[in-house]
Each structure stands twice: as C-alpha cells, then as structure tokens.
Write a protein that binds this ligand. Sequence first.
Ligand SMILES: [Zn+2]
Ligand SMILES: [Zn+2]
Length: 262
Amino acid sequence: MRLLADLHTHTIASGHAYSTFTENAQAAASRGLELIAITDHGPSIPQGAHAWYFWNLKAAPSVLDGVRVIKGCEANISDETENGIDLSDVVLEALDFVAVGFHPTTGFDQQDRVRNTEALLRAMANPFVDMVTHPGNEHEFPLDLEAVVAAACEHRVILELNDHSFAPSSARAGSGDRESEFAAAARDAGAPVAIGSDAHYALHVGRFDAAVAAAEALGITEDGLVNRNAASVIDFLLAKRERPRLDVGGTWVWPKVGTEAP
Ligand SMILES: [Zn+2]
Ligand SMILES: [Zn+2]
C-alpha cells in the first residue's frame, strides 16, 4: 500500500526533535506526500511546546511546497488540568488536528491500567480529540484494549498504528505487537485507524514501512486507514467537527469573535 498522508510528525518545538516545520513539509514533498500534520508535544513533558506555540500556528502556512500542512498537537493526558489534557479546550478547538497520548514524567508512570484507561476515556470523549497515539505502549502505559476500542468507535477517534513503536531504538521498543493488537481490534470493531511515522527528524516523515508491514499482515488495506491521502484525512476531520483554521494558504479565520489568546 502507498499512504500519502502522515498524521504524526514533530519539529524542534517538541524539544527533542531536530527538524523544523518547513523541513518536515519539504521532506514530505520530496517523498510525494499530499499532507502532513505537525504534532508537537504538549507542554507537560520536559521542553514540550508552550500553549502559545499551538495557538499561534496560524502564522505558519497551510500549504508548503504543494503539501497540505495541518496544524496539530500531540497533547498529553494530564491529571492536573480541568479537561484532563495538557492544552485547554480553547487551544484544542483552534487546531486542525488533536492527537493525545501518554508520555513519561507526565503523571502516569505507575503502570496503573485502570487509572490510565479512565484518564484516556475522558480525553477521548472530548469532542476536540481526533487520535490516540501509540496505544500499544503496554510496558509503560497499559490500557484496557476493549474499553479504548469501544470509545474510539463511539467518539470516532483514530487509534494510531505507530511506526516508531516497531523500531528497536524506540523508547517503546517491543510494543509493536500490542500496537498491532489495537489496530486489529479497531479494524474488527469499525474504529478509525491511521499509521503515523512519529518522525522526530525530517528524513523519517512519511516513512512507516514497519507499521505498513504490520497492517498488511493483519489484512488491513489502504481503505481501512484514515491517512491514505489528503482528501481522506480532511473528510474525516470535517465529518467530526468544524475546523475554524483548516484553510489553504496560511490565511485563517479567528475561531470566535472576541476570543482572547489563553
Ligand atoms: Zn508520543
Ligand atoms: Zn510523537
């Protein structure tokens, strides 16, 4: 299969990634991708981007080198905020795409499956949340697979099949099998699935051979993946809710008249 969209890429704004917004878009163009999402880490991980970074993504172009660039985040599940996510709903609503996931040092390092699942289900019920990143990280952040898949169906939240989870060098090394279990269960239940590179350097953008091989081994085809091309991504997102800034050319519309920056 050939996938033309990558919904999970990081830039230097994540603090531990090494390419820029522009370099990621250029890399996507050179690989023939139609669309990428810029999904930098939320503020609760060390050197994660500040809320203002996400708020001001309007300043960056929506199309670069012919690649549609959607402005997103990989926010953290949080037990310290009102909405259970480390970015406010005001910021999430203004983004084109909202991914959430568990990461070390953000309050969930106890490997408590029940607590993790409750916190994630709460986030998935938030209408601004579009995708759960690397749900198969069983060793660090165990989850109740059936409950998460059911919530993904109910709220139309994508469960990611994360390419980096298959890499031996990954912090999540060894979680590929569990990642595949989530993808298979999601497919069987009719929940949306997407493959993401989780690139922390531009040359990884749009490269997801390991995750594609895992999907093919499960019998998942392009038609079963949200990120097959730009149109399939945008159709999915707009079916969920209005995206005030999902626009072309770097111009944008203020989400609500009178809204102040957080
Ligand atoms: Zn992540
Ligand atoms: Zn990531």
